[in-house]
Design a protein around this ligand. Structure first.
Ligand code: NI
Length: 190
């Protein structure tokens, strides 16, 4: 089942998401599957639960599209439950990021290249791992979502000002997008 993706401006994208208890979610695997389906339909490489209206500490990633540059990303498909970034290291580097909740906007974002993260997978197996490069980049972006942060928060005041109108339009549904979205400030019928 595909979800609608929640657009910029919805308060759920600003909420710190809640940890998931295993007993609460016996069907977590189905949810993970639906999130992958939603993400692939929108041609994204990552998707966090708040983006589909669920304030839960869960995100999914498939970094395979970047395997030309980083062969180790082949079949890098993972779900992260109750993730906690323990450490971030190295000199910040820029990458032109986008977000399925903020269609049509891409901006250079600076992040540290290496992270140490603990999380559970969809089998509730615990992991503590180190990631770097694009894998770390995508994890950091999705992790921000479960913390209620967006990549646009990291832009300079000038860049923020320049995209302000576009962000406003997105929240109203005034944007070209070919996947299903929910716009918080849309007028009826849009
Ligand atoms: Ni995003």
């Amino acid at each position: 089942m595909k979800f609608s993706i929640i657009a910029y401006g919805d308060p759920i994208l600003r909420k710190k998401a809640t940890a998931i208890e295993p007993d609460e979610y016996p069907h977590i695997k189905l949810l993970v599957e639906d999130m992958f389906e939603t993400m692939y339909a929108a041609r994204g490489v990552g998707l966090a639960a708040p983006q589909v209206g669920l304030s839960m500490r869960l995100f999914v990633i498939d970094a395979t599209p970047f395997d030309d540059d980083e062969p180790e990303l082949k079949n890098f498909k993972k779900a992260f439950i109750n993730a906690n970034i323990i450490d971030e290291k190295g000199e910040e580097w820029p990458f032109n990021e986008g977000c399925l909740s903020i269609p049509d906007i891409r901006e250079d974002v600076y992040r540290k290249p290496t992270i140490k993260i603990s999380y559970y997978d969809e089998d509730w197996k615990h992991h503590e791992e180190i990631f770097s490069g694009m894998a770390a980049r995508i994890i950091q972006h999705e992790y921000d979502h479960i913390e209620g942060k967006l990549f646009t928060d990291k832009l300079s005041p000038l860049r923020k000002r320049l995209i302000e109108k576009k962000l406003n339009d997105i929240s109203k549904g005034i944007v070209d997008v070919d996947y299903k979205m929910k716009f918080p400030a849309a007028k009826k019928g849009r």
